[in-house]
Write a protein that binds this ligand. Structure first.
Ligand SMILES: Cc1cc2nc3c(=O)[nH]c(=O)nc-3n(C[C@H](O)[C@H](O)[C@H](O)COP(=O)(O)OP(=O)(O)OC[C@H]3O[C@@H](n4cnc5c(N)ncnc54)[C@H](O)[C@@H]3O)c2cc1C
Length: 347
């Protein structure tokens, strides 16, 4: 496979009513490329309807985004190191508290949305709801001051409901199906919609079967059901590998759990070996610093910016702009624990 990171599919190319490629924009240079293809798979998660409707503007939206908020608090809120799962809260949701990276991850909400923003914000009350729910089960409930980061994701749920749905928050989308669907449009776009991480193999198998048919490729049976995962995950893939030998970055706050923010060598490795192209790639995707402790991520960001600028040859103005953008993002992850008055989604 040839993987093109930071490349957005802008348009689908059609000939005689059948798709024959995509136009992509490469984010670094801003150049557009036309890629010819015998088959096109739309695996854009919660944004899947947008691409489907580019192939067919009349296509009925099939996805109903559901927002899930996560709160990360200091580890002393859940001493002992075991995870805690409440399988059924009064509103039907699952509540979990999981030790993670020297902190504790608390999740999650299940709030229907009608839009799918790139960086969704918690809605009014979602953070408070989570902290109040956790407080029912903990001897030392987490205070707002213990919140180190708040992050939000959108589940790509299929629109069909499994049963009679309620209308209120937390009750409605938790009852929507977590199943998936592989749809082939009349133009030949293969869309993988809905589903979960835990069902990705079945989704991939169905998608490849569909592509074989659409692209006129040889039909082969998939080995996925019996194929063992190669678990040769390189230690350090989440920034933990070089703890103890890696030099701390200037600005690293004292007393952090080991590996929470990467050291200088881990940052260089992210850039040289793991395709990181931005400060956010390093601090949110090659390590989990932004999600574990947003203020700590902000504190090391200038030092990370120095290394990224040196490795990738950024100009001084570019370094400043990239750093400012990351600091603004980190400030949102911090501020979410304090503000509860986000406006509801439109529509
Ligand atoms: C709060 C929450 C809790 C969850 N809990 C669980 C769980 O417990 N168990 C479980 O199995 N699953 C869980 N999930 C679901 C799981 O995260 C998703 O099913 C999974 O991430 C979907 O993967 P995907 O590859 O289809 O989509 P994504 O991971 O969303 O990837 C889609 C990608 O497409 C890119 N993209 C979008 N538009 C374009 C375009 N035009 N051009 C190029 N790229 C584009 C996006 O940038 C993105 O990187 C949860 C999700 C959330 C939000």
């Amino acid at each position: 496979a040839l993987l093109l990171n930071h490349c957005a599919a802008l348009e689908l190319v059609e000939e005689d009513g059948r798709l024959c490629g995509v136009v992509v924009r490469e984010a670094e240079g801003g150049r557009d490329y036309r890629i010819a293809a015998r088959a096109v798979i739309n695996a854009t998660g919660v944004w899947g309807d947008a691409l489907r409707r580019r192939a067919d503007p009349a296509a009925r939206p099939l996805l109903r985004p559901s927002q899930g908020v996560h709160v990360v608090v200091d580890a002393d809120c859940l001493p002992g190191g075991d995870a805690l799962l409440v399988p059924r809260m009064p509103d039907g949701r699952v509540l979990f508290m999981i030790p993670w990276g020297g902190k504790v991850l608390i999740g999650t909400t299940d709030t229907p949305r009608t839009d799918a923003p790139d960086e969704p914000e918690p809605l009014a009350g979602e953070v408070d709801d989570l902290l109040a729910a956790a407080a029912r089960w903990l001897r030392r409930p987490p205070a707002r001051e213990a919140v180190r980061s708040v992050f939000v994701g959108l589940r790509p749920l299929l629109g069909e409901r499994e049963g009679e749905g309620g209308g209120e928050r937390g009750g409605a989308s938790s009852r929507i199906s977590r199943e998936h669907r592989v749809e082939v449009s009349t133009q030949g776009l293969v869309s993988v919609l809905g589903g979960k991480w835990t069902t990705y193999r079945a989704m991939a198998e169905e998608a490849v079967d569909a592509v074989e048919a659409v692209g006129g490729l040889a039909q082969r049976s998939s080995p996925t059901a019996t194929l063992a995962l190669d678990c040769g995950v390189r230690p350090g893939a989440e920034g933990e590998g070089e703890v103890g030998v890696d030099a701390s970055l200037p600005g690293t706050p004292p007393g952090l759990p080991p590996g929470l923010v990467p050291g200088a060598a881990a940052v260089r490795r992210a850039l040289r070996e793991d395709f990181a192209l931005s400060i956010e790639d390093v601090l949110a995707r090659r390590s989990r610093a932004l999600f574990l402790d947003a203020a700590a991520a902000a504190a090391v960001a200038p030092a990370v910016a120095d290394i990224v600028a040196h490795e990738l040859g950024w100009s001084a103005p570019r370094r400043e702009a990239e750093l400012a953008a990351f600091l603004a993002l980190a400030a949102r992850y911090c501020a979410r624990s304090r503000s509860t008055a986000s406006s509801p989604p439109p529509g």
